[in-house]
Write a protein that binds this ligand. Structure first.
Ligand code: SAH
Length: 304
C-alpha cells in the first residue's frame, strides 16, 4: 500500500501565521505550508522576495497547511488545532482534514510513454510494456532522464528515414544520441557499425544501458562522449538536436559524412529550414524530406 499522510489546514490571519507554523512543527508536523488564502480567487496578493532573502511580508490572510504522518489520529489533529484557536482567539479559522496519498511520480511519467509504431516493421517499446506486435523489430527503451522515447515527432522522423534505407553493411553516426534510440535502431536495422555520441554523460550512460537491454552492445555499436575525437568517413550521419547547435556543428558534421554519403538533420522548425540549408551548403545540399507536427527532417548527399 502506498504511504499516506494527514493534512490539516485552515485560514489564519497573517500576523499569526508564522507562530502557528512553529506551533504545528513543534507538535510533529513533517511539513508546514503557508499560502495566500486568496490565491486564485481574484483577491490574490502578490508578494515578491529574492531567493535566499528573508521576507517579513505575509499575506493579510493565509492558508496554513501542515502534514502529519499516521502516528497522529484525525482526533488528535483536531484537538491540536482547537488549542491553537484558543491560544490566538479570532485569528484562526476552522480546519479541514484530508488524507494525502503518495504519488509515484516515476510511474505517473511512465504511464504517458506507450509503445510507438514507427512503421510496418519497427516499434519503440518502453521496457515496462509488452510489445503489441511481437514479430516486429521492437526496440526496448528506458529513457531514464535522457531524451528519446520515440514519441517526439523529430525522433519519429529520423526513425522512419533510417528504416526506409537499406543499412546493411553501412556505417552510421548518431550525433546527439540521447537515449540511444536512433543508434540502436540503425544497428538493429542491419548497419555494420554504429557510433552514438552525446555531450551529456547521463545520455551516454542511458544509451549504453539501452544497448545492453536490446542485446546490441558489442563491436558493431559504440556509444561515447561527443568530446572524444571522431574519425570521419561515415556512410550516414544523423543528428536530431535543434537548429542552434546544428548550425554551430555544420563544419563538423559536414565533413564527418563521407563524400557521396548521406546526412539527415532534425529538431528543425519550418521557419528554420533556410538557415540550416545555408549553414550546410558548403558540404551538403539539404532538402526537406519529411514534416511532422511543425518539425522537419532535412536530408542530403555530400558532394563528391
Ligand atoms: N537522438 C535522440 C535524442 C535527441 S535529443 C532522438 O532522436 O530522440 C538531442 C540530444 O543531443 C540530447 O541528448 C543532447 O544532450 C545532445 N546534444 C545537444 N547538443 C549537442 C552537441 N553539441 N554535441 C553532441 N550532443 C549534443
Amino acid at each position: 500500500m502506498s504511504a499516506q499522510w494527514l493534512e490539516i489546514a485552515g485560514p489564519v490571519r497573517g500576523e499569526v501565521s508564522d507562530l502557528l507554523a512553529e506551533f504545528l512543527a513543534e507538535a510533529g508536523a513533517l511539513a508546514v505550508d503557508l499560502a495566500d488564502l486568496h490565491a486564485e480567487d481574484g483577491d490574490e496578493q502578490p508578494l515578491y522576495g529574492e531567493p535566499g532573502a528573508a521576507t517579513e511580508a505575509r499575506w493579510a490572510e493565509c492558508r496554513v497547511a501542515a502534514l502529519f504522518d499516521q502516528t497522529h489520529s484525525p482526533d488528535a489533529l483536531d484537538a491540536l488545532w482547537r488549542r491553537a484557536r484558543e491560544a490566538w482567539p479570532g485569528a484562526i479559522g476552522a480546519p479541514e482534514l484530508r488524507v494525502v496519498v503518495e504519488t509515484d511520480w516515476v510511474r505517473a511519467t511512465q504511464a504517458q510513454f506507450e509503445p510507438i509504431r514507427i512503421d510496418d516493421r519497427l516499434w519503440v517499446v518502453p521496457t515496462w510494456c509488452t510489445p503489441p506486435d511481437p514479430l516486429a523489430l521492437n526496440l526496448r527503451i528506458d529513457p531514464g532522464l535522457a531524451f528519446g522515447t520515440g514519441s517526439h515527432a523529430t525522433t519519429g522522423l529520423c526513425l522512419r528515414w533510417l528504416s526506409s534505407l537499406d543499412l546493411h553493411g553501412r556505417t552510421v553516426l548518431d550525433y546527439g544520441t540521447g537515449s540511444g534510440v536512433l543508434a540502436l535502431a540503425a544497428r538493429a536495422l542491419g548497419a555494420a557499425r554504429v557510433h552514438g555520441v552525446d555531450i551529456d554523460p547521463l545520455a551516454v550512460d542511458t544509451a549504453r544501458a539501452n544497448a545492453v537491454l536490446n542485446s546490441l552492445s558489442g563491436e558493431g555499436l559504440t556509444l561515447a562522449s561527443a568530446e572524444e575525437a571522431i574519425a570521419g568517413d561515415w556512410d550516414i550521419v544523423v543528428a536530431n538536436i535543434l537548429a542552434g547547435p546544428l548550425t554551430v556543428l555544420a563544419p563538423l558534421l559536414g565533413v564527418l559524412v563521407k563524400p557521396g554519403g548521406q546526412l539527415a538533420l532534425s529538431g528543425i522548425l519550418d521557419a528554420q529550414v533556410e538557415r540550416i540549408r545555408a549553414a550546410y551548403a558548403p558540404w551538403v545540399a539539404l532538402d526537406v524530406a519529411a514534416r511532422s507536427d511543425g518539425w522537419v527532417l532535412m536530408t542530403g548527399q555530400r558532394d563528391g
